[in-house]
Design a protein around this ligand. Structure first.
Ligand SMILES: C[S@@+](CC[C@H](N)C(=O)[O-])C[C@H]1O[C@@H](n2cnc3c(N)ncnc32)[C@H](O)[C@@H]1O
Length: 240
């Protein structure tokens, strides 16, 4: 008899009621998040973030939104460049761990599906490994479209569902072995890091996310795999 698959501890994509469980999970791991992240990514996320910032182009010098900012790594990298910086996340504990990285940032603790931000207030929005966790990601994308000015750029770096066998193999091995191990050792919460793996498997692939951006009104949407091919980048522009 085939054993029943283990139910995810935190409901993953497709369940609009999972937001409180996701927020509680990030609150639990906030203290160890940066350490675990550094170890698990071996610093590669820094290179991915630099690529994302390059893709923002001159819009990074304007009013910038760090969406699902977490412990504010993107904010820290943009703090000396952006005219103004807003870090939005619905988990206060994550923001508290990161606010020293960008003391000039405006901190907004809110849900990405309903941002308490004015229309057309930003030149750029960047989201690192965050939109995947939002229960109804299409609402977060539509909200980002709303708060961007014409000509604004939205750059997303995330672990989309892998489509090639090589990317599936890399992601599968990494997610099932490394994530829970390092998450358990460093952050003391292996179950939370298992959620991160589950959330990748249940999430859309990059093409699906690009379609989501187009459906929200973005005029020009491109994307590509990063190296190693576990993370990808999507660049969406709002028409002038
Ligand atoms: C994996 S962390 C990434 C943090 C950061 N952006 C980075 O690059 O390291 C995902 C973040 O998304 C936030 N998040 C998840 N769902 C959210 C939602 N519906 N609204 C706002 N933030 C959300 C979580 O609280 C968490 O801080």
């Amino acid at each position: 008899m085939t054993p029943a698959p283990e139910a995810p501890l935190v409901p993953v994509a497709g369940d609009p009621t999972r937001a409180p469980a996701v927020r509680d999970m990030f609150a639990r791991i906030a203290t160890g998040y940066d350490r675990a992240n550094a170890l698990m990514s071996l610093g590669i996320d820094r290179a991915w973030r630099n690529i994302a910032i390059r893709e923002l182009g001159p819009t990074a010098d304007g009013d910038v939104l760090d969406l699902c900012a977490g412990t504010m790594d993107f904010s820290g990298m943009l703090k000396d460049r952006a005219r103004s910086l807003t870090a939005l996340d619905f988990c206060q504990e994550m923001l508290d761990r990161g606010r020293h990285k960008a003391p000039n940032a405006r901190i907004v603790c809110a849900d990405a599906r309903e941002m308490p931000l004015q229309d057309s207030g930003f030149n750029a929005a960047v989201a690192g490994f965050g939109v995947r966790n939002v229960p109804e990601p299409e609402r977060a994308v539509a909200e980002t479209f709303r708060v961007l000015r014409p000509g604004g750029v939205f750059v997303v770096v995330d672990f989309f569902r892998p489509t090639t066998w090589f990317a599936r193999f890399l992601a599968g091995t990494y997610n099932r072995v490394m994530l829970p191990l390092v998450g358990g050792l460093v952050a003391g919460d292996a179950s939370a890091y298992r959620y991160l793996a589950d959330s990748m498997a249940a999430w859309t692939d990059r093409e699906g996310f690009q379609t989501m951006c187009r459906n929200s009104g973005f005029a020009e949407v491109t994307g590509r795999e990063l190296f190693p091919p576990v993370a990808s980048i999507v660049i969406a522009r709002k028409a002038l």
